[in-house]
Ligand binder design. Structure first.
Ligand code: PGA
Length: 636
């Protein structure tokens, strides 16, 4: 298929049309929502299957695992069930598998593929090919050569689906992989193992090696669709499509593929030049939001406070069109942006009259880490401040902490002669559960409950330090999270109902929601979706709070995005720190720290102090620290 084939089928497919990005070295299509990406890509795969079948040929698909393609597989299953998409003569080859790895392990890509796709479609078992994680070391090379031969004997790959890792890997072709590499045993990059640490309950449980198709194998596919979803992929997406081809970023090899496209959602596109600084990539439509973004960018670029910007700065930095468009003096444009930023600074986020507000915290510590200062301010200013903890966070507690708490309870009961046969049996069971659990396996339901309780009591301690009493805490324990595993269920009606009921009960004037756009299955994003759906339900009943979005532990909003900045005094920052310290199980070392080595309280302080510095540099008042918020207006 040629490039033009892609664009023809793209426009013939119904549904939302993507934006085609400029200034990228490979065709890049951006859809607003991840579900639109899923539908589009599944549609492309379905079209290919039908076309090959119409010609009496067997479609040969190269498939990928990971969180990214799950939605595509869901849509393919729907197409099979509802529209009769036939997989009976489809042949598949998967990209990779950890090594060593048993196929029935919860971490195996064999298991992943059967659970997420093959069990739900009519593909014959013998048509499925997945690298074998059980082959002996001495036989791996032979096995890999046979895998290559099998792909060729099937007629080569018609279409290869790819995700992209933070290292820029495709399959498990890590930095340094040669363009000529074929299927082989490789060593995983430390960054890749860190990213997989969550699923394996610790980096030490992630295998060191994997069997993967090579770059050459992938490049030989007649068509390649690379996918990326979520803002955590934005940086590597930009590198993959804007930087030069380099063996250090294997995904850049795709720039040289004659028929490859990158299909991404808006969150993953956020760092592309055409999105971040579109005036550098060509003509743009100037909206008030874009004018604000450009003026702040200019101020930072020329290192001058807003009110010191001059016409020459605009002319010398590709912003002459902005001046033309606004048809106002440079001073007037800059003054408007300055005033908008200034007016967003808000020392009384709840206003002057007492209101009811809810902070929705996806995990039990996001409240204090991400908006602890505002929480303290709202509580201190006499508002009826509630916190809703949406999930138990029970997968993020170390076994050692669970066992220490179980021992404490046991010794407490013994000390006061409250122990019984039942309590000592339970104690023994808990300790035994921890001992027999294999590394990387989920906990028993009882241990999950203990871990959830640890986080619940920590959340209460943190909230009290922030000025919110226990009577105003709501532990929602949303069902989508209750798998005991890192993989979560999709959001369901029961999740939405729980949130809607709380909104009905409290009738808040304001709510605070974590507005992160991590991958579509990420807990923060799923929680936000549940709240948005619940808001739709209760709107008809007259419950329509102001909705403010805050960022999770990782990053702050960009200054042009911030609509409300709440100043934190040194005393408030100190109290916020102490509230974060109450989360002892996450202190010093967290089970899921992400890619950032800093402790949560350090990240929180660096981030709020950095926002204050940014405001100061723009020539706005100098604060000790600032927390930023964006108002929700129908789109995350
Ligand atoms: P992810 O992984 O889909 O889980 O983000 C993609 C990859 O590492 O290739």
């Amino acid at each position: 298929m040629s490039q033009s084939t892609i664009s023809t089928s793209e426009s013939s497919q119904t549904g939302p049309q993507p934006r085609r990005m400029h200034h990228t070295k490979m065709p890049t299509l951006v859809f607003e929502l991840s579900e639109e990406v899923d539908r589009y890509v599944a549609g492309q795969i379905a079209a290919l299957i039908r076309q090959k079948q119409a010609n009496g040929e067997k479609p040969v698909l190269g498939l990928a695992t990971g969180s990214t393609p799950i939605g595509v597989y869901r849509e393919l299953i729907r197409l099979h069930e509802e529209e009769g998409l036939d997989f009976s003569n489809v042949i598949t080859f998967n990209l990779d598998e950890y090594w060593p790895m048993q196929p029935d392990s919860i971490h195996s890509y064999h298991r992943f593929m059967w659970e997420n796709l093959f069990h739900h479609i009519n593909i014959p078992k013998e048509n499925v090919n997945i690298p074998d994680g059980t082959v002996k070391l001495s036989k791996v090379e032979e096995w890999c050569d046979a895998y290559e031969r099998k792909i060729q004997e099937a007629g080569g790959l018609d279409l290869q689906l790819l995700g992209i890792g933070r290292t820029g890997h495709i399959g498990f072709n890590e930095p340094g992989s040669s363009r000529n590499s074929t299927t082989r045993l490789v060593t995983l990059d430390p960054k890749t193992r860190k990213d997989a640490a969550g699923e394996f309950y610790g980096e030490e449980n992630v295998p060191m090696q994997a069997v993967t198709m090579g770059v050459h194998t992938i490049m030989n596919a007649r068509q390649v669709i690379m996918l990326a979803l979520g803002e955590h992929k934005a940086k590597i997406v930009r590198t993959a499509v804007e930087d030069e081809v380099s063996e250090q970023i294997p995904s850049t090899y795709l720039q040289k593929h004659p028929n490859s496209i990158f299909v991404i959602d808006a969150a993953a596109a956020s760092r592309l030049t055409a999105v971040r600084i579109p005036w550098m990539a060509g003509l743009v439509e100037w909206t008030p939001a874009l004018v604000k973004k450009a003026v702040i960018w200019l101020s930072q670029r020329v290192k001058k406070p807003l009110l010191k910007l001059e016409e020459a700065d605009f002319m010398e930095n590709h912003l002459i069109n902005l001046l033309r468009h606004c048809d106002k003096s440079c001073e007037a444009i800059v003054h408007e942006v300055f005033m908008e930023m200034q007016n967003g600074i808000c020392t009384r986020p709840g206003g002057d009259k007492p209101i009811t507000a809810i902070c929705f915290s996806p995990h039990p510590d996001d409240d204090v880490i991400s908006m602890g200062g505002t929480l303290i301010t709202l509580a201190d200013q006499g508002h009826d401040m509630h916190i809703a903890y949406m999930t138990s966070g029970n997968i993020a507690v170390f076994d050692e902490d669970a066992s220490r708490h179980a021992k404490f309870v046991n010794q407490f009961l013994e000390m006061f002669k409250l122990d019984s046969d039942n309590t000592s049996k339970m104690h023994e069971k808990l300790l035994n559960d921890l001992v027999v659990k294999k590394p990387g396996e989920p906990d028993s339901p009882e241990i999950q409950a203990v871990k959830g309780l640890i986080r619940k009591t920590e959340a209460a301690a943190g909230a009290i330090r922030a000025g919110v009493p226990e009577s105003k805490l709501h532990f929602l324990d949303m069902p989508f999270y209750q798998t005991g595993d890192v993989k979560k269920k999709p959001i369901g009606e029961d999740d939405v109902t729980i949130v809607a009921n709380l909104l009905r009960e409290l009738k808040p004037d304001q709510i605070y929601v974590a507005g992160d756009l991590s991958d579509p299955h990420g807990t923060h994003r799923v929680c936000a979706q549940a709240i948005i759906r619940a808001l739709d339900v209760v709107k008809a009943e007259g419950v329509e709070p102001e909705v403010w979005l805050y960022r999770g532990a990782w990053e702050e909003y960009e200054p042009h995005e911030i609509e409300r900045a709440v100043p934190l005094s040194p005393a408030v920052v100190h109290r916020k720190r102490s509230a974060i310290f109450a989360h002892e199980s996450q202190k010093d070392q967290a089970l899921f720290p992400g890619s950032d080595e800093r402790e949560f309280w350090v990240r929180a302080e660096d981030r709020t102090k950095n926002t204050a510095r940014v405001y100061d540099d723009l020539g706005l008042p100098e604060f000790f620290a600032l927390e930023g918020f964006v108002q929700y207006r129908g789109q995350l």
